[in-house]
Design a protein around this ligand. Sequence first.
Ligand SMILES: *[C@@H]1O[C@H](CO)[C@@H](O)[C@H](O)[C@H]1NC(C)=O
Length: 298
Amino acid sequence: MEFVLLGFTDIPQFQWFLFGIFLVIYMIILLGNGVIILITRVDAILQTPMYFFLRNFSFLEICYVSITLPRMLMDLWTQKGTISLFTCATQMCFFLILGTTECFLLAVMAYDRCVAICDPLHYPLVMCPEVRIRLVVASWISAVPVQIGQTCQIFSLPFCGSNTINHFFCDIPPLLKLACGDIFVNEMVVYIFGILFVTVPFLLILGFYIRIISTILKLPANTGWTKAFSTCSSHITVVLLFYGSATVTYLKPKSNQHEGIDKMISLFYTILTPMVNPIIYSLRNKDVRKISFLLTVN
Ligand SMILES: *[C@@H]1O[C@H](CO)[C@@H](O)[C@H](O)[C@H]1NC(C)=O
């Protein structure tokens, strides 16, 4: 049995245009995140916990985007989107696992900033190498069993009607639309894990940033206020984009209209955030900017 990913075939005249755009975006993501991995590894100034997390996050972004984008490019190139059941399930499983890792790792990074700003004296102790590694490993593996289970559950549903997926990759909501039989339990499971893996980390992040901002406000004026605020606000923008679009996708009541809009929203958490993250988290950062400048000059 096979599925057909419709992708963007509803706008056939733009296939090559989209191929070009997505190819460029993929290059930017690989390059931007690759540079971050490289400079946080080689540079002596950047051996702090923050850059340790940032390096792992960039590595995650490359993996995460490579689950969907190359396949999408191939479908745009070949102009047909047939995908085997097994490939579809594998893609969904990895996408869900890495997506959850992304949610957790962003929360860990916000926690790191919160400790560094609100409790600087204990920071080296709280973020000692052992703790850092534990936090990162936990982010990577804690959702693995659940997401494998969730994928198995969805692919054990009977698919009897159409086999065309009106989407550009195998995501949960478009697949649930194709299932026949009673999917109430599945929808509840998606909902519960959506809250657990998307909403909870999001609220934690908000909490960390509220603490950061209230700490900054207590400092005397002109001691880095504007800098701290601009950093916080750019982080919060990414967080809102990523968690907002994921929330809309996984927690909204099902509707059969607006599939075009659903696809657009998915683009935010699949492609747009991995693209802007390196910019927001590092190019706005003076240390990284200086070093990448030196790197390009040499
Ligand atoms: C990020 O963390 C994971 C899990 O601990 C590890 O497998 C991976 O190699 C790390 N990546 C980098 C670039 O540090």
